[in-house]
Design a binder for this molecule. Structure first.
Ligand code: HEM
Length: 355
């Protein structure tokens, strides 16, 4: 029985009060998303040079704030798992999908900031952020209560076809992602090495034939992924499936945000070269800039989740081709650990570390 279900059967408790408390508990992932920008603010205040030299206590506090911000999507992932059951009511399903959406908080907060800038709306992005999540909570809390018919775990044929298409497109996208992430890893050797490799890569992925195909494929992948996530989030799911859906939701938000930042904001509107300086927030850097600090969890989890999502897909393919589940799970866990290390290495380079 999940933590959410246990709260429902407290003996002697007032049924209505318990139901209301349970509904409010289901808003925990949204509360985590609302807290996200303030954790980043906490980090920025703690490392701000205006506050004098960095003491050990401030260093620990800064690390805790950044860790909590980067870990915020994990709350959504854990809640989506706890909220997963076979025949959810309409409210339970809305709450579960809100938990999945909260996993995308880091890219969605970047999109909010960039979007407000593009639209010349001079309102605090944190205000808009809180208002957006409160509106989503109200939608979940006040929506209709009717029981939904149980959904079958079996995947209808049209969805199965989309699933195959999603896998094939992923294999093509992997070619670009492998190059792109290797390019960023080389930032550890210095911006010049990064620039040399990017210049070489651009001759291929920025060509008039490849670039439109790459962008179209990315957007297609987002659309199909959202459709699959919508379908799968309604039924029963084990922890692996929940992770696959959750990492996919993050990626959908990440890809839309990243393409908007690079193509619309930087290249089309501000005519900025999307080079190392742009990615690393030069000259202030990602760590010391109050706005750019949001790019640290955004990029770090983008790298982690794109690799982890691919490894999760690989696990399914291996099992479908007869590999023992225990072995496939070990490969999955090793893949996730490698994804985490690659994300840390890339972020270290972007934040100034050199080898
Ligand atoms: C640390 C993480 C990342 C950073 C710092 C980063 C940075 C960049 C930069 C600087 C560009 C512009 C490239 C250029 O001008 O040639 C770019 C483009 C792009 N990135 Fe990323 N990226 C990251 C992760 C990802 C991930 C995980 C994906 C895929 C899910 C991705 C997909 C793309 C795509 C599709 C483009 C457009 C390529 C083009 O110019 O045609 N990026 N990114």
């Amino acid at each position: 029985m999940s933590a959410f279900e246990q709260g429902r059967v407290r003996p002697g408790g007032d049924g209505l009060a318990n139901a209301a408390a349970e509904k409010l508990r289901s808003m925990a992932p949204a509360a985590g998303a609302m807290a996200y920008p303030f954790l980043l603010d906490g980090f920025h205040l703690t490392v701000s040079p205006a506050d004098g030299p960095m003491s050990f206590g401030r260093l620990v506090l800064a690390a805790l704030c950044l860790l909590a911000a980067t870990g915020a999507p994990l709350l959504g992932l854990a809640c989506a798992y706890w909220m997963t059951k076979a025949a959810p009511s309409s409210f339970e399903l809305r709450a579960r999908r809100l938990a999945y959406l909260s996993i995308g908080a880091p890219p969605l907060f970047v999109l909010t900031g960039v979007g407000l800038g593009l639209l010349h709306i001079h309102i605090s992005d944190e205000l808009i952020w809180i208002a957006g999540w409160l509106a989503a909570c109200l939608y979940v809390l006040l929506g209709s209560e009717q029981e939904r018919p149980a959904t079958s775990a079996a995947i209808a044929p049209p969805i199965a076809r989309w699933r195959v298409t999603h896998g094939v497109a992923a294999a093509v996208i992997l070619l670009y992602v492998a190059f792109h992430l290797t390019n960023h890893l080389l930032g550890l050797l210095g911006p010049e090495v990064h620039a040399t490799v990017m210049k070489l890569g651009r001759t291929v992925y920025r060509s008039s034939v490849i670039e439109p195909i790459l962008v179209a494929l990315m957007l297609f992948q987002v659309a199909v992924g959202v459709r699959l996530a919508w379908r799968w989030s309604s039924g029963p799911a084990d922890a692996f499936r929940v992770f696959q859906i959750g990492s996919g939701v993050y990626l959908a938000a990440f890809i839309v945000t990243h393409l908007n930042s690079a193509f619309v904001s930087a290249r089309a509107v501000h005519h900025v070269d999307t080079n190392w300086d742009w990615a690393s927030g030069a000259p202030t850097g990602l760590i010391h800039d109050a706005w750019s600090i949001r790019l640290v969890p955004h990029y770090a989890l983008g790298v982690f989740f794109v690799l982890a999502h691919l490894v999760s897909g690989l696990r399914g393919v291996l099992i479908a081709h007869g590999m023992a589940t225990a072995l496939a799970n070990r490969i999955w866990a090793t893949g996730l650990a490698a994804a985490g290390l690659i994300a840390i290495a890339i972020m270290s380079g972007l934040c100034g570390a050199r080898i």
